[in-house]
Design a protein around this ligand. Structure first.
Ligand SMILES: NC(=O)c1ccc[n+]([C@@H]2O[C@H](COP(=O)([O-])OP(=O)(O)OC[C@H]3O[C@@H](n4cnc5c(N)ncnc54)[C@H](O)[C@@H]3O)[C@@H](O)[C@H]2O)c1
Length: 328
């Protein structure tokens, strides 16, 4: 069987993770990479034996036929690569957030709809088995209706310094939890209240050190989300992630920093075995299935726009000190 031909645009930190994940997949091969940083391109080509490298995406599409691309350029540079890939007629796995403005997000969705190509968002929590397990328990109705949640995502300060003020920690980390919570609680959001803290990272880079976001749904359900890049370098966890969701019939709690997952109802408390899988190869597998079959991405353009609107409301709220009404 002919292998699915994948191109990766943007070969920085997460682009390299995608090269590794797709290279391991038996049904596909990474045939081309594209980055404007020539030395990074050469380094990635030499490390992973990629056949073709390009510093220009248009040239890549002209010379190298592809079935799908992964776009892993910085947040504010998602629109142009998506428009080019859509015109080339290839399916797209786009890193989160979909964009940094609703205008860019709408242009992205218009382009993929016009070209009739698939758009999948890199909302990684959909593919981390422990998080997917919680989502499935709610989908099956095992835990009743979600009414209350607490979620936390944190990285070391050096990650904030690496990104050098180019995005907020809500855009970088919070978007994953926002998407995950929306996938369980639904889109009927009422308000977002957010407050941020300005300490070392703010003083050095001009972006908040942390956010506390409170999302309230019309049903009365509430979720609190803490995101921060304020962890000390000594923290052995590259990424702290925790989520507790309380439903009308049970609750689930995952803490991948504390390495625990439990699901409880009135009659049992289950401690499923942890996989500690970062989910990227499962995400790659889902993208390949979407290319090869009529399967739709778990998180498509709509999920991307929804999460973006919540983030924009959180930014407005943290500046104004008031809850912001949201319509998804
Ligand atoms: N899903 C996740 O777990 C996860 C983790 C980290 C980053 N991300 C997201 O991935 C994206 C990339 O983040 P990163 O941390 O890897 O960034 P990075 O700065 O490490 O890498 C970005 C790369 O894109 C290249 N680039 C920029 N514009 C380009 C263009 N027009 N064409 C080709 N290459 C271009 C840069 O030269 C750089 O090599 C961001 O949207 C970020 O939010 C997702």
């Amino acid at each position: 069987m002919k292998k699915v031909r994948i191109g990766i645009i943007g070969t920085g930190l997460i682009g390299e993770v995608h090269i590794q994940a797709f290279n391991k997949h038996p049904l596909c091969e990474v045939v081309a990479i594209c980055d404007m940083n020539e030395s990074r391109l050469r380094e990635m080509q030499a490390t992973y034996g990629i056949p073709e490298v390009y510093s220009n995406q248009l040239e890549m599409h002209e010379k190298c036929p592809l079935d799908g691309v992964v776009i892993a350029t910085p947040d504010q540079y998602h629109r142009e690569p998506v428009l080019i890939a859509a015109r080339a007629g290839v399916d797209i796995l786009l890193e989160k957030p979909i964009a940094t403005t609703v205008e860019d997000a709408e242009a992205i969705i218009h382009a993929v709809n016009t070209a009739n190509v698939k758009l999948m968002l890199g909302m990684t929590l959909r593919y981390i088995p422990e998080y997917a397990h919680i989502q499935q328990q709610f989908q099956k109705g095992e835990l009743g209706l979600p009414i209350n949640a607490y979620s936390r995502r944190a990285v070391r300060k050096s990650e904030g310094y690496r990104l050098n003020g180019r995005c907020s920690v809500n855009e970088y980390l919070g978007v994953h939890d926002i998407d995950f919570l929306l996938s369980i609680f639904g889109r009927d959001v009422d308000t977002v209240y957010s407050t941020s803290g300005n300490f070392e990272i703010f003083d050095k880079l001009g972006v908040a050190d942390y956010y506390w976001n409170i999302i309230k749904w019309k049903s009365g359900a509430t979720a609190a989300l803490q995101v921060t890049w304020n962890e000390p370098e000594g923290n052995k966890n590259l990424l702290e992630m925790e989520c507790y969701v309380n439903g009308t019939k049970g609750s689930a709690h995952v803490n991948l920093g504390g390495q625990q997952l439990n699901v409880a109802t009135n009659t049992y408390c289950d401690y499923p075995e942890l996989t500690l899988d970062n989910g990227y190869h499962i995400e790659a597998d889902h993208f390949i299935k979407c290319i090869l079959t009529d399967e739709s991405p778990y998180a498509g353009g709509q999920a991307g726009v929804d999460a973006l609107k919540i983030m924009i409301a959180a930014e407005k709220s943290s500046k104004e000190g008031l809850p912001v009404q949201v319509k998804l």
